[in-house]
Design a protein around this ligand. Structure first.
Ligand SMILES: [Zn+2]
Length: 401
């Protein structure tokens, strides 16, 4: 067993797999410990859609993500403070990570005005003009008081010339803009670090650079000089495809300190996660289990189930016989199909619970495989299976429903 600890003692690597870069570690935050590799369900507007915090905890989730962009627009930071702060607001007295808002600003707003200081963007809620820069984004996250906060960065889309087949990226980036975005991301990270005042929070920087490995190298090395509590890999899972994503991740993780946590933002499918863990990633977030769950798409070890299908009408089996989630312990495929067909809320609730449990079980199995020092072989088998079963064609954002 190799051991290492950070300067702050927050991240403790318990074991590194002998056949890959996969690590089993623990990350200690102000609201408790996170067992890594970890998957963070996404609580976009202060709630993981369709799931209560109690149900969420029962799936095995240690940590969840909340989106600064959405909370800033509604209900606003002051209101969250008046309501007792983000943890109280979400009724989640466990670790929370907030993103900086950068991804939403650059992917949802085609009319944003960006310069070297910051970005002016238009609220998608009421059309109001809002200005964010590294200092403002950091102060907002200091006030929200999540356990882990992210540097304000300029997120980029996949390159205009290199988009995976069938992918439909929401935004694209050419080489000149990519270079500019990387330079800004580095400078903005320095400003975020200066502005960061809440010592109870860990501040992670975000490595950008698209799938340009030279840009990734430059960005990673410059950010590491600034000395953060952890490093995220951003700007992936935006339509570049699985192979490009994993190639970029494998390249980037090697440039980041081994004794600090690494977080791949916005990924991914089961295959994305297994492959990225093998490349040394510790943390993930993705809307797939919840978004797909609300659309009657259930993840199982034997492939996806579409719960609205007529094949389920008289099916007494649970979604997954071996699953220990509340949905599988209590409901048949037939009843779940009925709930979806009658637009009953319970349908989306049940499949969201099951899908999050599927993801948390995947993470638990990953952690066990690393502890047993058999991750490389295990991952090989799982990757082949998941790529085949899940009609793999592009990246998480283009996942076939
Ligand atoms: Zn289940």
């Amino acid at each position: 067993m190799k051991t290492a600890s950070t300067k702050m003692g927050n991240f403790n690597v318990l074991h590194t797999d002998s056949g890959s870069q996969a690590r089993r570690a623990t990350l200690t935050t102000a609201h408790g410990r996170v067992e890594t590799p970890a998957f963070m369900p996404v609580g976009t507007a202060g709630t993981v859609k369709a799931v209560t915090p109690q149900q969420l905890k029962e799936t095995g989730a240690d940590i969840i993500l909340a989106n600064t962009y959405h909370l800033l627009l509604r209900p606003g930071i002051e209101t969250i403070e008046k309501l007792g702060g983000l943890h109280k607001f979400m009724a989640w007295n466990n670790p929370i990570l907030t993103d900086s808002g950068g991804y939403q600003i650059f992917s949802l707003n085609s009319l944003n005005k960006v310069n070297d200081d910051g970005v002016e963007f238009t609220s998608h809620v009421d059309g109001a003009k809002i200005y964010l820069n590294p200092e403002i984004a950091t102060k907002i996250q200091n006030r929200l008081a999540a356990d882990i906060i992210m540097c304000f960065d300029q997120c980029t889309g996949p390159p205009v010339t290199n988009i995976a087949q069938n992918a439909t990226p929401s935004f694209q980036t050419d080489a000149a803009e990519l270079k500019k975005a990387v330079q800004r991301t580095i400078r903005w990270a320095g400003r975020c670090k200066q502005a960061h005042t809440n010592t109870n929070q860990l501040l992670f920087a975000v490595v950008q650079g698209g799938i340009d490995l030279q840009m990734r190298t430059h960005c990673a090395l410059e950010l590491v000089k600034l000395d953060f509590d952890g490093y995220a890999i951003g700007g992936l899972s935006v339509g570049e495809g699985h192979e490009n994503m994993i190639k970029t991740v494998s390249h980037t993780t090697k440039l980041l300190p081994g004794f600090l946590p690494r977080y791949l933002m916005g990924a991914g499918t089961p295959a994305d996660i297994v492959a990225a863990v093998g490349a040394g990633v510790d943390m993930f977030d993705c809307v797939l289990p919840t978004r797909n769950g609300r659309n009657a798409f259930a993840f199982t070890e034997n492939g996806p189930l579409r719960m609205r299908n007529n094949a389920n009408i008289n099916d007494t089996r649970p979604i997954e016989t071996e699953c220990d989630c509340y949905c599988c312990k209590n409901f048949s495929r037939g009843s779940i199909r009925h709930f979806f067909n009658c637009a009953e809320m319970l349908g989306p609730i049940l499949v969201s619970i099951h899908n999050i449990r599927f993801y948390q079980r995947l993470m638990a199995n990953i952690r066990k495989a690393i502890e047993n020092d058999e991750f490389a072989d295990w991952a090989d088998r799982k990757l082949k299976k998941y790529k085949k079963l899940y009609n793999y064609r592009a990246s998480s954002s283009n996942f076939a429903l």
